[in-house]
Design a protein around this ligand. Structure first.
Ligand code: HEC
Length: 399
């Protein structure tokens, strides 16, 4: 664990220099990856790449305490490694978090630290990837979620389980406790590990049909987390046989009441499996060539701030998603599409209570959501590129 501790501290220092990458080379291995965990030896020889996770600022919550705790969130730096063999792919993510928060079965106001790995179901058109925060209508994602949770065993239903398994009592009931813990391991439900198919938060459906196999683990080091997930390269939901695949990671801080859209997330990362040309890698690593300063001017001209909070210095605006971190977790292609075809992706999870001043979309025939954001496709292409370049600089305090 010591080695990991040093690594996390080094990463924390790097956070200010924002060296993070969006392309990760996956290493081909021969080992079996079915039951890989954060304790597996294989990771000691695997290269980790620093990756930034940006606070998602899209949706205002009803929970005032959660909004307050997360108001000034800044990006965090994680380290990610990817390996694959002939039928499985596995990832490990390490991220800093100084306090372990777990979810007990009987509490509704405590949230767990957690992480998720997200795959685009379809990525043949890199310009039309699913919305980064859990997919969007007609652009589904597969999500593997792992929360920190305690093993719960409730023999008599009076909630006194914690006293019984308190390790400090070992001296008192040594043997009994040992036997009891064995029983807990056999009967108790510990692991909160789930897989979902999702077209946007609030549309998550758990995958239970047995055709998708994944395995995730999570472990706390004292100053940060280590999480792993492995899954099939091909099943009835995903076919990952490609030069590169888009994958994104999210982490939740239970101590800040993080859940759902209140989280930190990477942009779509290009996980490279083979050498060669890839339109996907090009799209995900594109640095826009427009003039960001001119972009600021255009945004004033076209009234973006009338609806959006653009930087942390702007007044908070409850009409549309805040754009404070948009450049961190969005690709240039996504930003372009947002301007010229706002209804292609209507940001999911719109919270009517917290954003009561303005509807994000209206429902048309066939229940199609039509964005209430004006369409800017009529603008001069250079002007659009300038705005894309400026939006790409908005990185939640990491500009
Ligand atoms: C009349 C209000 C309004 C104006 C003006 C407006 N927008 Fe929007 N915008 C919205 C709404 C509502 C959404 C969320 C629904 C959607 O996804 O289309 C949105 C979504 C977006 C998104 C996607 C956000 C995300 O979290 O993924 C971007 C980027 C964006 N707008 C940029 C702009 C820019 C740049 C301008 C100015 C050129 C602008 N908007 C003007 C209302 C507005």
């Amino acid at each position: 664990m010591k080695k990991f501790a040093t690594a996390v501290v080094a990463l924390a220092i790097m956070a200010t220099s924002a060296l993070a990458e969006v392309e990760i080379i996956a290493e081909k291995v021969n080992e079996n990856l079915d039951v890989i965990s954060h304790k597996s030896r294989i990771w000691t020889n695997t290269k980790f790449t620093p990756v930034t996770l940006y606070p998602q600022t899209t949706i205002r919550f009803n929970d005032a305490k959660a909004n307050e705790l997360n108001q000034n969130n800044t990006p965090i730096i994680a380290a990610i490694a990817a390996i694959y063999n002939k039928d499985k792919i596995a990832f490990m993510i390490k991220w800093p978090d100084v306090h372990q928060d777990y979810q007990k079965s009987d509490s509704t106001d405590a949230y767990a630290d957690a992480f998720a790995v997200q795959f685009a179901r379809n990525f043949s058109i890199p310009k039309e990837l699913p919305y980064i925060g859990m997919g969007s209508v007609d652009r589904p994602v597969i999500i593997h979620l792992q929360k920190d949770s305690v093993r719960i065993y409730e023999p008599n239903g009076n909630g006194d389980i914690e006293h019984q398994i308190n390790p400090n009592q070992t001296n008192l009931f040594n043997k009994d406790l040992e036997a009891f813990e064995k029983q807990v391991i056999n009967i108790g439900v510990a692991d909160y590990e789930r897989s979902f198919i999702s077209e946007g938060f609030r549309s998550m459906t758990q995958i239970k049909d047995g055709t998708s196999h994944s395995h995730s683990t999570i472990g706390y080091s004292g100053i940060g987390w280590l999480g792993t997930v492995s899954r099939s390269l091909k099943d009835s939901y995903l076919d990952l046989d490609a030069v590169a695949i888009p994958v994104s990671f999210a982490v939740w801080n239970g101590g800040k009441l993080g859940r759902n859209g209140l989280k930190y997330l990477t942009p779509w990362l290009a996980i490279r499996l083979k050498k060669g040309e890839s339109e996907l890698v090009k799209s995900l690593t594109e640095v826009p060539t427009g003039d960001p300063v001119a972009g600021i001017k255009s945004m004033t001209t076209y009234g973006c701030k009338g609806c959006h909070q653009v930087t942390a210095n702007d007044r908070e605006n409850f009409m549309a998603p805040a754009l404070k971190s948009i450049g961190g977790y969005s690709t240039a292609d996504y930003l372009r599409e947002s301007l010229v075809n706002p209804s292609a992706v209507v940001v999911p999870g719109y919270n009517r209570n917290a954003h009561s001043k303005y509807k994000w979309y209206t429902l048309r025939e066939n229940n199609k959501r039509v964005s209430t954001m004006p369409d800017y496709s009529w603008l001069d292409p250079q002007e659009l590129e300038n705005m894309v370049a400026y939006l790409k600089t908005l990185k939640g305090g990491n500009e």
